[in-house]
Design a protein around this ligand. Structure first.
Ligand code: BGC
Length: 374
């Protein structure tokens, strides 16, 4: 079967032929991959900034955002059935018995760093035709989400972040209703959010924040009338152009910022925005920046603000089963509320043979491009 793989030692990215995986354990599920999303991490993998092949292998099959269809199940499988649409999780637990996070099924909080990730770290990914994995990593997606199901995995980043924001905001009990899934459009004192960046992670994050009743601003380059700007408008959020509003002007334009959802990976810019976070605010980092060397930051200012304004800085990576389930529920909600904006996130479908143009170049106006296998 076809697979896109990186060869770090020789710095090559190739479409290769690999054996089809077979069911070997009673809890295995065999999945035919329908779509694979292309994200920034994949591009960094193809620049060899990131990524480790499985032990003993010279290559890593990439791809971690996917949608597939179950075609075969092992004898003991109960959670999925043949014909189900599924999105597999990315991270697999480490093997240390004393890692309480992995032992509890929360490998997204792994303590040892010995976790593996399909398509990223020591385990082949989903940019291929068939995948076999344990049923416990499969999440069933309703048929109605066939066209957008590939967005589940990138949405889990926002779901995990928002679950933590709700927990943290519970420290403000007076005016901060934190019921998960609160579907009100009302804004109140603790629900004003700024999303940094209008890529797929940023736009899906903005949708999740809007669905949770946040007054939401997306701060990005690219223009309020661009396709990204139109998505922002369609979901009832406000696009703020970085070309005409400086970071220092942001709080004046938005009001007190309760939550920043960072989705750019640009660290000097993010720390500039952190200086404008509001009282009792939460700053969520989701980007993984390249290491470009030190920059100057006004640490006295940041530390004073953090203490005197009860602020929280939170980094968040990967996602749990509950976050995948929340993403599937929210995707259905987005489809109901903003069908065109949601569909507009997927800007192109390509055969896997087009891997070079999609992975090694940056198609200028793309939001989320995907490989479609059927
Ligand atoms: C993936 C996560 C993964 C992270 C770090 C992201 O692109 O969505 O699942 O944990 O990269 O490798």
């Amino acid at each position: 079967m076809k697979a896109v793989a990186i060869f770090p030692a020789t710095r090559e990215v190739k479409l290769i032929d690999v054996p089809e995986p077979r069911i070997t354990r009673p809890t295995d599920v065999r999945v035919r991959i329908l779509e694979i999303g292309i994200c920034g991490t994949d591009k960094e993998l193809c620049q060899f900034k990131y990524g480790t092949p499985p032990a003993g292998a010279d290559h890593l099959v990439i791809g971690h955002e996917s949608l597939g269809e179950v075609v075969e199940i092992g004898a003991a499988v109960t959670r999925v059935a043949v014909g189900d649409l599924v999105v597999p999780m990315v991270r697999r637990p480490c093997e240390h018995a004393d890692c309480v996070a992995c032992s509890a099924g929360r490998q997204d909080f792994c303590y040892t760093n010995d976790y593996t990730e399909r398509g990223i770290k020591e385990r082949d990914g989903f940019m291929t035709e068939w995948v076999v994995d344990d049923e416990r990593y499969m999440n069933v997606v309703p048929r109605a989400l066939r066209d957008v199901g590939v967005l589940v995995e990138p949405l889990t980043i926002a779901e995990k972040a928002l679950a933590q924001v709700r927990q943290i905001q519970q420290r403000l009990p007076w005016a901060c209703p934190t019921t998960p899934g609160r579907r009100s459009d009302e804004t109140d004192q603790c629900h004003r959010a700024v999303v940094l960046g209008a890529g797929p992670v940023g736009l899906l994050g903005a949708m999740a924040l809007r669905a949770d009743g946040f007054e939401t601003f997306v701060y990005s380059r690219g223009g309020a009338d661009s396709p990204r700007g139109q998505v922002v408008r369609a979901i009832g959020a406000t696009f703020i152009e970085a070309e005409t509003t400086t970071v220092a002007e942001l709080p004046g334009r938005v009001g007190a910022i309760d939550v920043v959802y960072e989705a750019t990976g640009a660290s000097p810019f993010a720390f500039e925005v952190l200086a404008g976070l509001g009282t009792n605010g939460i700053f969520v980092f989701t980007g993984v920046p390249g290491r470009r060397g030190p920059v100057q930051v006004d640490t006295d200012l940041l530390m004073r603000n953090l203490v005197l304004q009860n602020q929280v800085v939170l980094g968040s990576v990967n996602a749990s089963r509950a976050d995948f389930e929340a993403a599937i529920r929210d995707l259905a909600l987005f489809q109901e509320r903003w069908p065109q904006a949601l569909a507009a996130l997927i800007t192109g479908r390509f055969p896997i043979e087009a891997f070079a143009g999609q992975l090694l170049a940056q198609p200028a106006d793309a939001i989320k491009n995907v490989f479609a296998l059927s």
